[in-house]
Design a protein around this ligand. Structure first.
Ligand code: AVI
Length: 320
């Protein structure tokens, strides 16, 4: 591996036992569920990158357009020479649109997908030699203790992609409260939030014609096979996603196509034909409902932006 003076890597990746416990708990629950945070092993992160390039998946390109259009205004609000924390940085594509205008002193990407994070963060360190890049491999949905360096700078956070939508609303509030504590009084957060819209557009975004979202969803079972020695048969489960207009969320499921028993680490799990593993919710917000949530979590809204079709929004929040 290349040595770069402006690059540091901290590994707080959760243990395999945590994954095993979560899988066993989720598969013995009625109805069965798994947390969407487990999508992001190396292969899952690659599938997710492929999703972001799909014609049907509007969130990524719409958010990037907003960042390009309003970059200067965003930088004026967030300020310069900060420590810029990115939660769930993935392949760090979006941050590139902000680094030139924001000119932070330190960029601290946090992500659970170790190899993906290391590659993306190193490439930022190479492309921005005067920027200190300090990558942290961790589950950002847990409380994490940031490397000491973080206290030396004023902190701003970036939480793009509407990953806030993958939390249950009450958990989203608790998570935002934790972010507020992490960045401290007066700290600012730039957050991307997907908006409520025509359910047909939403349905298409999670049921793409190339089957990429299906592969992303099914990879969760492949990951359990690989890491926990399970024997899920890939052709016996099917991706199923739909928009629930009452709860304003996309639900993703892995649907069992027959009665079957799956072995995982010596334990047996029965599936009825038609039973599902609920693998993700992706909540969609209105501007008003999101601002209420942000206020309840201890943030004031400084500014927000949305595209002409009101597909996606960006919000600059400040800890009260
Ligand atoms: C990461 N997250 C915001 C994506 C979403 O849209 O909820 C994950 C995803 N699931 C299916 N497609 C994309």
């Amino acid at each position: 591996m290349t040595y770069l003076e402006n690059f540091a890597f901290y590994d707080f990746h959760p243990a395999t036992e945590d994954f095993y416990t979560a899988v066993t708990t989720g598969l013995t629950h009625h109805p069965k569920y798994l947390s969407p945070k487990f999508f992001y092993d190396t292969v899952g992160s690659q599938w997710f990158d492929a999703i972001t390039k799909l014609p049907e998946y509007y969130p990524t390109r719409t958010e990037i357009n907003l960042l390009n259009i309003y970059g200067e205004e965003i930088a004026d609000l967030l300020g310069h020479d900060n420590l810029l924390l990115e939660l769930g940085s993935g392949s760090s594509i979006k941050i590139r649109t902000l680094l030139d205008v924001l000119q932070p002193a330190v960029y601290m990407p946090i992500d659970i997908s170790r190899e993906h994070l290391r590659d993306a963060a190193m490439s930022i360190a190479q492309d921005y030699p005067s920027l200190q890049v300090c990558a942290v491999c961790a589950d950002y949905t847990d409380s994490i203790e940031l490397p000491k360096l973080a206290v030396a700078y004023p902190c701003v956070a970036f939480f793009p992609g509407s990953s806030i939508g993958n939390f249950e609303p009450n958990d989203a509030k608790l998570f935002l409260k934790r972010v507020a504590t992490m960045i401290g009084n007066g700290g600012k957060l730039l957050i991307g939030v997907d908006l409520r819209k025509d359910p047909n557009l939403l349905h298409a975004a999670y049921n793409d014609s190339q089957g990429v979202t299906a592969a992303f969803n099914l990879n969760l079972l492949q990951r359990i096979n690989k890491e926990l020695g399970a024997n899920f048969q890939m052709d016996s489960f099917q991706h199923y996603a739909f928009y629930n207009p009452i709860l304003h969320r996309i639900e993703m499921h892995l649907f069992s196509m027959k009665n079957q028993t799956v072995r995982c680490n010596g334990e047996l799990f029965d599936f009825q034909k038609g039973e599902s593993i609920h693998s993700e919710n992706s909540y969609k917000y209105s501007i008003e409902v999101f601002h209420q949530l942000a206020n309840q979590a201890g943030f004031n809204v400084l500014q927000f932006w949305q595209d002409d079709q009101a597909l996606f929004s960006l919000h600059c929040l400040q800890v009260q």
